[in-house]
Ligand binder design. Structure first.
Ligand SMILES: [Zn+2]
Ligand SMILES: [Zn+2]
Length: 147
């Protein structure tokens, strides 16, 4: 039985559309980027609703929120253990499979800290698009009179 006018049903339907669209992407979109996609299917949905559903899906363990510095507003439906590389130039994010083993934390002692709970490995990189743009910039600087 589905009654689309029932608020509870509408909420569940919105949430499953959000989850479905996030699962199609490997770009780790922000709430706003996902909102732009979801609204094509649900024209009346608001950014706030998308955001609240993303928080719910994160808290219920169905998706992940990226926790690296500066990326806390990005979401990932891939729940396999993996790591991320971020382009220092444009911020594009890609997955790294399989993840590189994190160092043991139980032998690390830090003054003032009772224990270390976990470690996180993340990578900075240069995506192919930015690398190509940089290369042509460098070529133009090196051969200023050509072309
Ligand atoms: Zn880039
Ligand atoms: Zn990922």
């Amino acid at each position: 039985m589905s009654d689309l006018h029932h608020p509870q049903t509408r909420m569940t339907q919105q949430r499953s559309v959000i989850l479905e669209e996030l699962r199609k992407l490997d770009t780790h979109p922000t709430a706003d980027e996902l909102y732009q996609i979801v609204r094509l299917r649900l024209p009346r949905i608001s950014l706030g609703t998308v955001y609240r559903n993303l928080v719910f899906l994160t808290e219920s363990g169905q998706i992940m929120r990226l926790e690296s510095a500066g990326n806390t507003n990005r979401f990932d439906a891939n729940m396999q253990p993996h790591q991320h590389v971020r382009c220092v130039c444009c911020g594009a994010i890609a997955d790294i499979f399989p993840p590189v083993m994190a160092p043991e934390t139980d032998r690390i002692h830090v003054p003032g800290f009772a224990r270390i709970l976990q470690s996180r490995i993340e990578y900075d990189g240069l995506c192919e698009k930015c690398a190509a743009a940089k290369a042509s910039e460098e070529a133009a600087a090196y051969y200023p009179n050509s072309a």
